[in-house]
Design a protein around this ligand. Sequence first.
Ligand SMILES: Cc1ncc(C[n+]2csc(CCOP(=O)(O)OP(=O)(O)O)c2C)c(N)n1
Ligand SMILES: [Mg+2]
Length: 569
Amino acid sequence: MYTASTALLEALDEAGVSHIFANLGSDHPGIVEALAEAQATGRSVPALVTCPNEMVAMSAAHGFAQASGRAQCVLVHVECGTQSLGGAVHNAAKGRVPVLVVAGSSPFTQEGELRGSRNEFIQWIQDVSDQRGLVRGYMRYDNEIRTGRNIKQMVHRAMQFAYSDPKGPVYLMAAREVLEEEVPRVETDLAVWQPIAPGALPPEGVEELTAALLAAKRPLVVTSYLGRRVAAVEQLTKLCRRLGVMVLESVPNYVNFPHDDALYQGCQWNEPRQNSALAEADLVVVIDSDVPWISAHSRPGAEVPIFHIDVDPLKQAMPLWYIAARRVFRADAATALGQVNARLDTASIDAAAVAARMAVLRERFAQRREALAAREAPGSVLTPEYLTACIRARVDEDCLVLVEGISNYTVMIDHLASTRPGGMFTSGGGSLGWNGGAAIGAKLAHPEKTVFALGGDGCYMFSQPSTVHWMARQYRTPFLQIVYNNRGWKSPKLSALAVHPDGFASRANEIGVTFDPPADYAGIAAAAGGALGLTVKRPEELESALDAGLRAVRQEGRAAVLDVWLPHL
Ligand SMILES: Cc1ncc(C[n+]2csc(CCOP(=O)(O)OP(=O)(O)O)c2C)c(N)n1
Ligand SMILES: [Mg+2]
């Protein structure tokens, strides 16, 4: 039997999908049958990964794609499962990460007219008027598959959107009768279903930008997600070293520039202060950034020319967005920077001016490093700086570090001091709980790597740890999870104080953000998946706990959760 579901699996396989992160329901008999048939007959289909919670499924596909560049499939149950994807849909959309979501929908016949016709009470309850509308605001593409006869084309079209910049999630739904339909097999040629090729700068754009960079005395690049492509980091590093261009990471979500390079000016998140590199720059080039600065407290000089290069310069999904850029280009960062580098090959560069600038920046960089090192010193209290430095000492080229740091984002990025593009990333979104599922996805993509997931205690609870740690054992995806436990949600407290610094809330003992006494986070993971769970309350316990965690992950093949108690929020 060759059904629409068989064709769907075939299309996924052709499209390079190796995993289906699935949460099954009454809409999936066709797919379940086709998978079982493929297994019985030895046909190649993606591996099914059972995900007891949809948000974890979506986060796993998200992490998988970030670690590998390959979009995976998330299979969910009708409109309920679609809703349960929750904020993970927002994260993939905002992070511009390709994921194909497939959902069934209630059967559209009730008298047994077609195979798959209604036979369970729930199919009346789950019949809604606009299932796709639930996620339309977040999807690059959504469609209903109406026949099995072109289901393969629909999958490849959806993938074309998912992989074309700005990349992102796509959504297909199909009713049960459609997924059961017997259809003739269609031959598809992936060579004609390619994503849009990367965009480049127009020739005059290359000239203008190169001229501006050559003329500037204190040029600065501001970036957030250029590092999602390693090639872009290489081009940026080459360009900046040639011309002495400073690099500031604003709300970084990848490693955009080696942090041990003297041109690196650090990162800025919510800190309510004017950024000094941004203030002194006489040319600002924003490349791939959603929030290059928060203008309420930090911005470039009023007359300073700004160039903006982005895969998504209009920020089409953000109703309020503008910066005072004189020139705006929709282009791929690696391509655009490669063009400027090629142009520089024949340009005359003022080597003396570059050398003088570099000397000043080297001096400044040494001071910055010293200041960071001072904050890492172990003391009588366990600080997030010391914790992150101890993690950094254990991170090498075989590691991936996933960061959901929240009020500790700046500390984590500063003290991880990443030098390897691709070695660290955040979700790129604002819906908490990505780190656990994403770690499973990253580990499935790179079984040979050691995966770290760093996050707040709130994020740990948001991540559905019981599902995550059950899956980590079931699918042999051990990872080291480190909970930056400040016993609650510090960020909403900071938000309240930023708007009402002297209000009642600033004097109140309790404003609904503390977890005292907190849950036993290590115990949850141990109970759900046999993880090694350790609670660390004193600085002198930390190093041995980290080593034990890594032993568990690398040698015993089980996950480890270190619940590290930091100063109370
Ligand atoms: C799904 C979701 N719900 C609520 C929020 C609002 N929120 C932002 S930060 C935060 C607290 C996070 O707590 P934790 O991970 O412990 O980090 P901390 O602020 O303590 O560093 C909350 C609830 C959110 N961003 N996403
Ligand atoms: Mg917290």
